[in-house]
Design a protein around this ligand. Structure first.
Ligand code: SF4
Length: 224
């Protein structure tokens, strides 16, 4: 793909968005939740773990712990045991409890609705805050950059940045704000269903003609 101007990149991105929207009209957050608190806890649990595994664990976990106070007052060992299979369970349990103690002490037991307040909670970085703001409150405060979003942004030639923070800043400058939450869903869904880390299915890909396939081995670009 020849060197792009900002204008041609924006036009290409617009076509990518149209194609992904058409391909995944039902794209949504795949972590099961019924409240902002459940989504916050599920997102903390999803670090280094699949959404599928988190959903199996939270199906029981959320029946037992229903409020921030429930997590704040639970014996730590009990929390650890309940989330053991999500990995890094000691750290996650410690963060969930400390986070919920702050919710109880500083936010009346409710999940706050601003990036600043959310990122002051234990175990909550920009990514988790973006997930909660975008999916529980409908607030487009940023773009969630997980492993799929980082990989696809790079392959699609949208950024050369390598840290999630810098990738997010570039995507925020490129994608219309009202689509920030959806855009990360589209890339995550496409990453899971078509553009896998090791075996991207370029041949069948819905954005094949719009993608420079940066970093993809030649043999995988088998439709060019
Ligand atoms: S063309 Fe290949 S590298 Fe590009 S998004 Fe599709 S599957 Fe991924």
């Amino acid at each position: 793909m020849p060197r792009e101007t900002g204008q041609t990149k924006a036009a290409r991105l617009k076509k990518i968005i149209t194609a992904l929207d058409r391909t995944y009209p039902e794209a949504h957050c795949e972590l099961d939740h019924r409240s902002p608190l459940e989504l916050l806890i599920a997102t903390i649990l999803s670090a280094q773990c699949t959404d599928k595994r988190v959903n199996i664990v939270t199906a029981e976990f959320f029946k037992k712990y229903r409020s921030a106070a429930d997590y704040a007052n639970a014996p730590l060992a009990e929390l650890e045991q309940a989330i053991r299979t999500t990995g890094f369970f000691r750290n996650k349990a410690k963060n969930i409890q400390a986070c919920c103690r702050k919710l109880v002490g500083q936010h009346n037991g409710q999940v706050p609705r601003t990036m600043e307040e959310l990122t002051h909670l234990d175990g909550v970085g920009r990514k988790t805050a973006n997930v909660v703001l975008g999916n529980a409150f409908g607030i487009n405060a940023g773009v969630v950059v997980d492993t799929h979003v980082a990989r696809l942004s790079h392959r699609l030639g949208l950024t050369k940045q390598t840290t999630p923070e810098k990738i997010e800043q570039e995507l925020m400058a490129l994608v219309p704000q009202e689509q920030w939450t959806l855009f990360s869903h589209w890339l995550i869904w496409h990453g899971r269903r078509r553009c896998a880390a090791r075996r991207p299915d370029c041949k069948e890909c819905e954005v094949n003609k719009l993608c420079p396939k940066i970093g993809v081995e030649q043999r995988r670009r088998n439709s060019e």
